[in-house]
Design a protein around this ligand. Sequence first.
Ligand SMILES: NC(=O)CC[C@H](N)C(=O)O
Length: 233
Amino acid sequence: MAKITIGILALQGAFAEHQSTLQRLSIPGWKVSAVQVRNPEELASCDALVIPGGESTTIALLARLSGLLEPLREFLKRKPVWGTCAGAILVSQKVENTKKGGQELLGGMSISIARNGWGSQAESFEAQLEVPGLKNPERSFSGVFIRAPVLLSLTRSPGDPPISIIARLPPSILPQLIPDSVKSDDEEDPRRVVAIRQGLHFLTTFHPELTSDDRFHEYFVRECVVPQLAARA
Ligand SMILES: NC(=O)CC[C@H](N)C(=O)O
């Protein structure tokens, strides 16, 4: 059986939860191993990487101190990466609402995002997401949002790969979250978008690793990692 090694950036945040979810996946024809990554050598052994939720400024700082910033940027040019919550901020091109002094990003996805974008009235919430791309799509996915970032724009420059929207917040939850939005049922409003794919990469602004539902992990491996490895073989 062919082997896939998925790294989880393990500098800070919810990396252990991602690791245990990935380890219990069963992907026909593939043996998935999930390893923690704390230095460039460990990163080099991975076919794909998950950047967990946590605190994006702390993760960026620790990545710099571990000599991982440039290796991570190089990795993003060649291999699939999934950013969840703080990880989603790190793979964005531009961030707003950052700490004084700015914030180092890895880039890789041509979007702009706002940290803690739902404000204090909605620091944490759960939303039932309808996600057609998942297995058993008739079953909604419980999205756990914790001081989550909000997508502000999905505008790509010429030459960037197209962006696919994988999940949106349901219109019913929007009046609480976006009080100023007169067009909150607008499918095009980027603030509703909570999961996207672009090129090799995947992004979720919520925490699939904090539920016992492993369908987003299965999706990442099946849709982003396996096709990439099969193409290289
Ligand atoms: N749950 C999370 O990952 C929160 C992200 C955090 N607010 C940040 O800016 O990095």
